[in-house]
Write a protein that binds this ligand. Sequence first.
Ligand SMILES: Cc1cc2nc3c(=O)[nH]c(=O)nc-3n(C[C@H](O)[C@H](O)[C@H](O)COP(=O)(O)OP(=O)(O)OC[C@H]3O[C@@H](n4cnc5c(N)ncnc54)[C@H](O)[C@@H]3O)c2cc1C
Length: 454
Amino acid sequence: MTVAILGGGIMGINLGYCLSRQGLQVEIFEASPVLGGLAGPLILEDGVAVDRFYHAILSSDSHLASLCAELGIDNRLRFRETRMGFYHQGQIHSMNNVIEFLRFPPLGWVDRFRLGLTVLYAQFVRDWRRLEGIRVDEWLTHLSGRRTFGSIWRPMLKAKFDGGFEDTPATYIWARLVRTRSTRQGANQKEMAGHLIGGYAALMTAMAERIVSAGGKIHLRAPVQEIVIEHGRARGLRLGDDVQPFDAVAATVQAPIFRRLIPGAGQDYHDYLGQTDYLGIVCPLLVLDRPLTGYWTLNITDERVPFTGVIETTAYIDPQYVGGHHLVYLPKYTAPGSEWQKKSDEEIKAIWLKHLQMMFPDFDPKHVRYLLVHRERYVEPLHGLNATHLIPAVKTPVENLYLATTAQIYPALTNGESVSRHAREAAGIILGDLTPRAHPSIQVSMPVTDSALP
Ligand SMILES: Cc1cc2nc3c(=O)[nH]c(=O)nc-3n(C[C@H](O)[C@H](O)[C@H](O)COP(=O)(O)OP(=O)(O)OC[C@H]3O[C@@H](n4cnc5c(N)ncnc54)[C@H](O)[C@@H]3O)c2cc1C
């Protein structure tokens, strides 16, 4: 049985790896010249490969850890104790342990207590469905109080959602609080973050090698123009004028891209997929000759600053693994239709440098080795209140056509851990459908996954 997989990001490669292990002949089609998608590498002018976007692996990412062990690359995992902080009213406040938390100057002690309680309370919520219909701002105001919501949560949510977050369910912040806290280890609650030497690219390469040695194929620079559908069944892929037949097709691209590729699917399905949208991102990468903050993550509560945070990945990646550089990412998440996506790279660079200078008066541009702007339109799926019925299932209405995409990961956040888990679950569904006798126990419909938490 031959299966075409569309997309060579974490989802596509994981799916190909899982299906080829079960004896299916897979061929992966990736539009770009490298594997990895959002988690792919970037080659700097000096030839050093770094992550195009920041990618931490958390010490609690157990699925990734066992995948790395299975592939024999777990000796390349490195973890470090990291620090996070807040940039609030022109000052950096460290927020790493109970003492710092209890001293956190932007809040009075009652508000601090309520903020701590919010974080703690989130860890005990087991049934996320209870939070599905509650607005994130209502939930946070109720738990943390109006003042803390106004000075901490509101600016962070505004930055993350590029403005409005009124339709966002409380599950969003709940999943984030659970995941963030899962990195804290030991009695003193040290925060651990890590990476693979060589980045996620090392994981992709290891899986790609297994796929090829099992007889599969990986096609790079292979943009698929259409998933050919005849009489309600997927027949293959069209690349240019060439139609390549397959027994089944699994797409791992985001819903709006998938929708464009299936003109032969029914209008109802098109309309259904059209209801899924995503946050985008504009993300300048500063390559410096020295550290900027020493913090892995600096949350920004100052609404004048256009970027969402300051992410210094060389706080957990030893610079020796990235050519001695110090890597600082300055992401701005963008709502659908955001003006930020329309600004040129030069405009973005000028605005970002101006604000960086405002935040860090000692920052000297002469320490910048490279400044590169990357952007993507479809990054994080947006889930509305009580909207799980809009999450597309892996099995589509078209026979032998499957969709494994980040929009199906909910309420967990989308990251390497949850995407790899989801790919494995999706592979189970596909196998159960295509080879029911070999995989009789596998369910064939799975619109929502919650097994990926934290
Ligand atoms: C700024 C940022 C920070 C992040 N931080 C972290 C982090 O710290 N830790 C973490 O674990 N995760 C992080 N993530 C999330 C992680 O990168 C994504 O969840 C994951 O990479 C999604 O993988 P995917 O395969 O589903 O999608 P994608 O990576 O988007 O893969 C889809 C692939 O399909 C290809 N494609 C599209 N159209 C076609 C076509 N017509 N024909 C052929 N191929 C096509 C694309 O080129 C792409 O390679 C971050 C993401 C971003 C953007």
